[in-house]
Design a binder for this molecule. Structure first.
Ligand code: C2O
Ligand code: CU
Ligand code: CU
Length: 487
């Protein structure tokens, strides 16, 4: 082959430049043809519906249709026309009636994630199926000693959970403190991700999305992109944060501000913990105090390594760049100091108590019956607990009510799985062979790739049939769910 002359090399170089420019122009074009969020709006919050005299009655209408996301027109799934759905503000001892109307084309249902309520009948029963065009009346009774904290609601119809949550169906639930914590303001921040096309539609999930767990390219806080929050120096705020992402882990930072974590999920720490970042697996919530420091801070989420999807898949499933979630602008005259945070009740601790039973649950991923190849349709990957995919007709675990069990959650796969149990919170007692050095009560417990976490669970107050599952919702839909009955 003839050596390339200097002149030809220059031409080739020129061509290279030309194609790079074309590539650049292509990027601009595709950005313009994609969804362009409107950013830097003042933060808005979902409508708050508050119980009165121990009762709250609400109607939630799940529908597919036009709505506003990130300040633009989009087509998504919504409760009552927007996303997130309204925030339910409750108190221990409340009765809550939710009438859920399904105006979508697929069946749905409702789950009140983290609430310690009955899983039976028309309470938090995930086996209910509400057909398109029909409705169902849920009724929940919160015990008088229900833990205060941040909870949330979302659909739980097996096989459709990822698509319906990713599509926009989620809302916060707050169970208020018997003794309020003095703050300048409380905010509810529901963090989610979504992917929208140029016309504002949600593309169908790919087979790869179903294996890795779909992550949206657009991060939302209360349905807004990079909103603005304002405060005065010295303001103490209480942020109720929900990770409503279908698969994405959040590692939240707000550098330059003073953060104290009151608790995660229903677990409240005896003392607020000074923190610089908060990691939330899908489904986890944080109850956070932010004391404002003069200046402009960025609420961002940093990449979280959640493993790889298997040898032959693309390497890491981690999104590799920090994402800007919101701007916290602190300026003006300093706020008057507030009264101290009242002492919190000391949480129950099962680390040294005796247990009535032990069992191990093994979470695994393997080649499904479809074999290799990334065809459309069902996932090639099998998601199992103890070697079995979810079967609505099978009871996997039978527990005696009133007992305390220790469960070893073992993950043999190369990806993390955030394990969630309904109705009964779990106390983490051991992670990778190390005894937990604090009291940690959570309802979603991340089990890192190829490791084990040990939890203790008091199966108290309720009996009945419910589920545990991976809260990467594509994994749940893919079969990583089991049925538990408490007698
Ligand atoms: Cu948030 Cu069974 O789910
Ligand atoms: Cu749940
Ligand atoms: Cu999983």
């Amino acid at each position: 082959m003839e050596p390339i002359s200097r002149r030809n090399a220059l031409i080739l170089g020129g061509l290279g430049t030309a194609s790079l420019l074309a590539g650049g122009a292509g990027l601009v074009w595709s950005a313009n043809s994609g969804f362009v969020p409107s950013t830097a709006q003042q933060l808005t919050e979902p409508k708050a519906l508050r119980s009165v005299n121990g009762a709250l009655k609400v109607t939630l209408t799940a529908a597919e249709g036009p709505t506003r996301i990130a300040g633009r027109g989009a087509t998504a799934l919504t409760y009552n026309g927007g996303l997130p759905g309204p925030t339910l503000m409750l108190r221990p001892g409340d009765r809550v009636n939710v009438s859920l109307e399904n105006r979508m084309k697929d069946p749905t249902n409702l789950h009140v994630h983290g609430l310690h309520v009955s899983p039976n009948g028309n309470s938090d029963n995930v086996f209910v199926s509400i057909d398109p065009g029909s409705s169902f009346d849920y009724e929940y009774f919160l015990p008088k000693d229900h833990p205060s904290g941040v909870y949330w609601y979302h659909p739980h119809h097996h096989g459709m959970v990822a698509t319906q949550v990713f599509g926009g169906l989620y809302g916060a639930i707050i169970v208020e403190d018997p003794i309020p914590i003095p703050v300048a303001r409380e905010r509810v921040l529901v963090i989610s991700d979504i992917t929208l096309s140029g016309s504002g539609a949600i593309p169908a999930a790919s087979a790869m999305d179903r294996v890795i767990g779909r992550e949206g390219s657009l991060m939302l806080v209360n349905g807004q992109a990079s909103p603005q929050l304002k405060a005065r120096p010295g303001d103490r705020e209480r942020w109720r944060i929900v990770n409503a992402c279908s698969s994405r882990y959040l590692k939240l930072r707000l550098d330059g501000q003073q953060l104290q974590l009151l608790g995660i999920d229903s677990g409240r720490f005896p003392q607020p913990q000074e923190v610089t970042e908060v990691t939330l697996a899908p489904g986890n919530r944080a109850d956070l105090l932010v004391t404002a420091v003069n200046g402009t801070a960025t609420l961002q989420t940093l990449p979280v390594d959640r493993g790889t999807a298997m040898g032959m898949m693309s390497g890491s499933v981690t999104s590799s760049v920090p994402v800007h979630l919101a701007t916290f602008a602190v300026a003006g005259a300093p706020a008057a100091p507030l009264a101290r945070v009242p002492a919190q009740p000391s949480p129950r601790d099962l680390r040294t108590s005796s247990v009535d039973g032990r069992r191990e649950l093994t979470f695994a991923m393997g080649m499904g019956s479809g074999g290799m190849g990334m065809g459309s349709g069902s996932s090639m990957m099998g998601f199992t607990i103890d070697g079995k995919e979810f079967d609505p007709a099978r009871i996997d675990t039978i527990v005696q009510g009133g007992t305390v069990e220790e469960w070893t959650l073992t993950n043999t796969s190369p990806m993390d799985h955030p394990v969630h149990l309904h109705v009964w919170p779990m106390q983490i007692v051991e992670q990778n062979g190390l005894t937990a050095n604090r009291i940690l009560w959570q309802d979603v417990v991340n089990v890192p790739a190829r490791s084990s976490v040990r939890v203790r669970i008091p199966f108290e107050d309720f009996t009945g049939k419910t589920v545990y599952h991976c809260h990467i919702l594509d994994h749940e839909d893919g079969g990583m769910m089991g049925i538990i009955t408490t007698n």
